[in-house]
Structures are given as C-alpha cells and as structure tokens.
Design a protein around this ligand. Structure first.
Ligand code: ADP
Length: 581
C-alpha cells in the first residue's frame, strides 16, 4: 500500500482527459485565483476599518472602506459564479469522454473478461468510479486555483502584520503530520472496500432484475433481499469508516487552529495592552487567520478525497490494461466473395482446463445447408463462436472460402454472418430499431419487404404502435416465436453470405412454427447455412448433417446414410428430434 497517491495516476488522468481542456481550465483557475485572493483583501481592510473608523472616528474612511469591501464582494460573486459553471462543464465533458472510452474498451474485451467481471460490476466501474474521479479532480483544481491562493494571500496579510504571531499560530502543524498520514492510509483502504461493495451491490441488482421471473417462481424474494441487505450493511460500515477517516484530517486542522489562536491571543493581546500594536492590526491578523481556516480545511480534505479517488482510478486503469485476445490482424486479408465453404480442421478449444472442442473437423459446403446435431453440451454453439471469433481456439484451422478467419479484419469477418439464435437478443428499443440496428441506408420499401418475408408483419396489427412498439428489456414484450421472426427480419436486411441458425428447442405453437420455418427458408436461399437443428424436418432437408459428440465430429453425411449406419445418429433421431417431420 502506497502512502502518497502514485503520481502516474494523476498524470494518466491529466494527459488523457484534462489536457485537451487546458484553456478553459486556465480561465477557471484565473477566476478561482481572484476569488481566493478576495478574502485576503477583505482581511486587509480590517486594519483601516478598525483603526480609521472605529478608533479614530474618521467619517470619510467610511466611504472608502465601505466601497472597497463592496467591490471585493462583487468581484468574488462574479468570479465564483464563473469558475463553478466552467468547472462543471469541464468535469461533465471529461467524465463523458472517460465513460465513452471505458465502454468502447469493455466492448472489445473477450468473453473471458466479461465472465470474470459481471455486468453489475462493470456498470459500477463506468458510472460510480468515473463519478468519484470527477469529484476528486474538481476538488484538486479548486484546491490549487482557489484555496492555495487564499491561504497564501491570507498568510501574507498575517505576516505583514507580524511574522512572530504567524509563527506562533502555526506551532501546531508538525504535531499534525503523523496522524494525518495515518488517516490517509486508512481512508485509502476503506475507500477501496467501499468501491468493492458498491460493485457487488450493482451485480446483485443486475442479477435480480434480469432473473426476476426465476426469483418469483422460486420464492427467492426474501433470500435475495437478505443478500442485498447484508451488502447494504457492509456498505454503511465501510462508507462510514471511510468518511470518518476523511473527516479526521480537517478536524485535526481545527484542533491546531484552536491551539494557535489561544497562543496568539495571549502573546498578541499583551502587545496591544502594552501599546505596541493597534486594535486594527490585531483584527486584520485575526480575520486573516480565521479566514485561512476554511480553505486550509478543504485542502486537508483533498488528500482524503484523493485517496478515495485513487482507488477508483486504479481500478479503471486495470480495466484499460486488460487487452482483448481476439483482435484484427495487422494486415488483414480481404474477405471471400459470395457464400463461402466453411471448414474446421482439428480445432481444439478449452475454457481453462475444460476441453469443449477436441479436434473438431467439419465442412459446410458453399451455398448449402449443413445441420449440426448432437447432445446438449456437445459443442455445437461453440462452433458458431469459433467461426465468428467470439473466442479463438487454442489450435486447429478455421477457414471461410479458404481464408483463415484470423486473417480477416474483425468487422469484415463478422459482416459475413447473420446469427439467428433461440434467445434472439433484442434491445430495449422499438421493433423497427431492432430490425434496422442503426442502419440508415435501408429504404422503407426494403424494410417492409423484410418485415413481410420474416412474417413480422403478421403480428404487428396486434401491437399498439405496430413497428414502433417497444420490444421491452431484452425483447421481453414479444413471444419467443415473435422474437425469432424479428431476428430473421434483421438477418434478411443484413443479407450476409453465411447464416448461422440455432433452432428453437422449445416447441412454438404450430402456426408460429410454420411461419418461422417459412421465414427461415426464405432467409437461407443463396447462403451457406449452418444450423443447430432440433427438428427432424430440418435435418431431413439438410444437404449434410454433422454429428457432434463431446467436442468431436463423429459422423457426417445425409439423413438416410447416417440412419443406415445406425450408431449415435440413429439414437439421437429417436430421442431428440421434435416433430414428426
Ligand atoms: P451445445 O451448443 O452443443 O449445447 P456448447 O457449445 O454450448 O454446447 O457448450 C459445450 C461445452 O462448453 C458445455 O459443456 C459448456 O458447459 C461449455 N462452455 C461453454 N461456454 C463456456 C464458457 N464460457 N466457460 C466454460 N465452459 C463453457
């Protein structure tokens, strides 16, 4: 654990996010400096006010002193307003940039990373940690721009009155150092814990809301509430401790100030009584010291804040330091034209020590439909992932039209596939947006043609806003069959040379099923299709069937050939396929 905040963190933040705004920052700091020095001017006015007006009774001094004080406060009002607005703007803009970069980076990272770091945790990183960082640097800049200037200017006033008084007032500082350092380390540790708990809380919420039906069906409400409450207790404890550590530093400054005042009062009071100093001088000194107090406390607070921000920055840097293992090659090969032949040869893939593909070898002919069959867990979906490079195998070759998938740029590679899976993932947007996925080059006619062909048009009349009805979170406003049809419409518009299709395992109602099949048949035309088949009708129609078992391809052929050979396929046919054909 480091005592002082590591300077490279601050440098990282500055270079990446603040430096581009240095002009605005400079203006804000100048305004802050004005605000900061106004207090010292005010303190300096105490001397003419007391000596000139109150003691000597000079009426004309009323005007000069009064107007000067008014001017000081007007400048202060204008400058503090200005720098606050500027700083808020800069901090919002930089937070937006940091969040944008984080999101972009997170989307590039591997499935592995996302398995280790659940969504709730990452949401907390993007939202909570960025907010924490923002708060601290706004604090640091205001500290440097305004509070340091205030303190220096106020001490200058105090020193101009009497340097010995100033020294006496500051006698307590050395006593302050050790406890302050100790408090800082404590805050850092607690702040880390607090961020950790916050992330766990987000993860819990995310899981509860995503699995709400499971929670209800299994009567897990009390269980989930209890788990969340336990985290809340943790959070209350760590946050309170972190805050206590943070509050300790300004409190130490209070103690020091109180002692300083007492000493000055005794020493300075004696000098005034002896007639060596005027009341005005004492008042100017006293005001300067009392006003120095607040900015000093705030500066003391910054170190505590910094400790807590450093915990957030470290975590964020750890995320930025994670690199994706699936990347585009430096000099990508062009993607093959037209529907490609797909080949996997001796592909081995393991998650940690669990082998998932164990030398899988298969071919899907160009422009034909190849069915993948096999028991659940055999590795069929993993074949899709390897083709689209959601994950790279440890060994073996994967080629499309003879081009290894790793030789193509990732966007080019993925542009070759439409993936329609049973959990057709829709976004919480309208159906139209879910089909278009941000594309603006699609004419309404083309869109409507796809909507018709995918049989989405059939259920639109039942929806209140038709194509502009919301799909609900993860498409929950639609039925399984409807979701699939939306995904098919999406795929029709993508118009890719390869279609990867995962048939629904659970039976849709007959009509829905027939509509989906017809839509799929339209979508399949003229493409290389790889389908994870659950229906007998599909395997019968397929040009070739690949039989998988435990990460290997154990047979490949047409339905009748495979049946004739008996073995695994014959068994699968008996156990697995749903319809009567
Ligand atoms: P299928 O589609 O044939 O049902 P999958 O390809 O989905 O099979 O999965 C094959 C095996 O790989 C399963 O045993 C599954 O538990 C395992 N698996 C899949 N994804 C992961 C992962 N991210 N981490 C660890 N194991 C995984």
């Amino acid at each position: 654990m480091t005592k002082a905040p590591p300077p490279h963190l601050l440098r990282w933040l500055w270079r990446g996010y603040l430096a581009p705004h240095w002009r605005l920052l400079a203006v804000a700091m100048v305004l802050m400096a004005f605000e900061g020095s106004s207090l010292a001017l005010f303190a300096a006015m105490m001397q003419p006010m007391f000596d000139g007006i109150f003691v000597e009774g000079r009426v004309e001094a009323l005007w000069t002193v009064g107007l000067a004080v008014l001017a000081i406060f007007l400048v202060r009002a204008a400058t503090s307003f200005g720098h606050r607005v500027l700083l808020t703007r800069i901090s919002e803009v930089t937070a937006a940039a940091l969040r944008g970069d984080l999101l972009a980076h997170l989307m590039r990272l591997d499935g592995r990373f996302h398995q280790d770091n659940p969504p709730g945790y990452l949401i907390e990183r993007v939202q909570g940690d960025v907010a924490a960082i923002n708060k601290i640097w706004a604090g640091i800049i205001t500290g440097i721009g305004r509070d340091v200037v205030s303190v220096i200017a106020l001490f200058a006033v105090a020193l101009s009155v009497d340097w010995r008084w100033t020294l006496i007032a500051l006698l307590g500082i050395p006593v302050l150092v050790t406890p302050a350092l100790f408090a800082q380390r404590y805050v850092r540790r607690r702040a880390r814990q607090a961020r950790e708990v916050a992330a766990k809380m987000s993860t819990r919420l995310d899981e509860v809301f995503h699995g709400l039906e499971t929670v209800k069906l299994n009567a897990l409400e009390a269980y989930q509430s209890a788990r969340y409450k336990a985290l809340i207790r943790d959070r209350v404890r760590t946050e309170t401790r972190a805050a206590a550590g943070q509050a300790a530093i300004p409190s130490l400054i209070d103690v020091m100030t109180g002692l300083g005042f007492l000493a000055v009062l005794f020493y300075g009071g004696a000098e005034i009584i002896a007639g060596n100093k005027t009341v005005g001088q004492f008042m100017a000194f006293f005001t300067a010291m009392s006003l120095a107090f607040e900015p000093l406390r705030r500066l003391g607070n910054i170190t505590g804040l910094w400790q807590s921000a450093a915990a957030s920055i470290e975590r964020m840097q750890a995320i930025f330091a994670a690199t994706p293992s699936v990347t585009s090659p430096a000099r990508p090969a062009p993607a093959p034209q037209g529907p490609p032949r797909i080949e996997l040869a001796e592909v081995h893939l393991a998650y940690d020590d669990t082998p998932v593909l164990r030398g899988a070898t298969l071919t899907a002919e160009a422009g034909r439909m190849t069915a993948l069959v096999g028991a659940s867990g055999a590795g069929k979906s993993t074949v899709f992932k390897v083709l689209t490079r959601l994950v790279d195998p440890q060994s073996g070759s994967v080629t499309l039209g003879g081009v290894p998938v790793t030789d193509m740029a990732l966007p080019d590679l993925r542009a070759m596939f439409s993936v329609v899976t049973q959990e057709a993932v829709l976004f919480d947007e309208t159906i139209r947006e879910n089909i278009l996925l941000g594309r603006t080059d699609i004419s309404d006619d083309r869109l409507m043609a796809a909507v018709e062909a995918a049989h989405v048009a059939d259920f639109l009349p039942q929806l209140p806003l038709g194509l502009d009805s919301p799909a609900g979170p993860r498409g929950s406003a639609l039925s399984g069959g409807q979701r699939q049809r939306v995904a098919i419409a999406r795929a029709l518009l993508r118009d890719t040379p390869v279609l990867l299709l995962d048939e629904a395992t659970s039976a849709l109602d007959l009509r829905s099923e027939a509509l989906v099949q017809e839509a799929v048949a339209r979508l399949s035309r003229g493409r290389t299709v790889l389908v994870i088949a659950h229906r007998l009708a599909t395997v019968r129609e397929a040009d070739s069937i690949v039989v998988m078992e435990a990460g290997r391809v154990v047979d490949q052929g047409r339905h009748d050939e495979l049946l004739a050979r008996g073995g695994i396929y014959a068994e699968l046919e008996r156990m697995q396929f749903r319809d009567a054909g």
